[in-house]
Write a protein that binds this ligand. Structure first.
Ligand code: FES
Ligand code: FES
Length: 161
């Protein structure tokens, strides 16, 4: 099959290569780039497991072809921590407050939460739940996820002030 050139920035690194025109962005991330933190659940835009940040927006990577990411800036869960030895405050709070059980939904939820906290420094519980409405979690009941996002917001705000 013929391929198309692709160039994008992923987690701060430039990538240039070739991709099959019909390859999904999810499969490109997982299979070509080995960024397997982006999970695949429903493959039809419903579960949110494949959520990434695409030019800063929360998107479902299973609903895009990789070629549509040409020129884009993408962040996956592998790019959320500030460096190799530190966790992002969201990761710390999810860990400390048991915001995950099986962890299947967690990468997508972390990226949704990161985008939320960029837009709103002090989100209410209702706002957090609204933002999470596209990320399904079958284990936790969401209570500890919401609490972890609240606590991460506090940590991030105190670091800024
Ligand atoms: S795998 Fe993309 S939304 Fe479910
Ligand atoms: S922790 Fe299992 S689906 Fe959310």
């Amino acid at each position: 099959m013929s391929t198309r050139p692709i160039r994008l920035t992923i987690n701060g690194h430039e990538y240039t290569g070739q991709v099959e025109p019909r390859k999904l962005l999810t499969d490109f991330l997982r299979d070509d780039l080995r960024l397997t933190g982006t999970h695949v659940g429903c493959e039809q835009g419903v579960c949110g497991a494949c959520t990434i940040l695409f030019n800063g927006d929360v998107v479902r990577s299973c609903l895009l072809f990789a070629v549509q990411a040409n020129g884009a800036e993408i962040k996956t869960v592998e790019g959320i921590a500030p460096n190799a030895t530190e966790l992002h405050p969201l990761q710390e709070k999810f860990w400390a407050l048991h915001g995950l059980q099986c962890g299947f939904c967690t990468p997508g939820i972390l990226l949704t939460a990161e985008a939320l906290l960029k837009e709103t420094r002090n989100p209410s519980e209702a706002e957090i739940r609204e933002w999470l409405s596209g990320n399904l979690c079958r284990c936790t009941g969401y209570q500890n996820i919401v609490a972890a996002i609240h606590e991460a917001a506090k940590t991030m705000n105190s670091a800024k002030s």
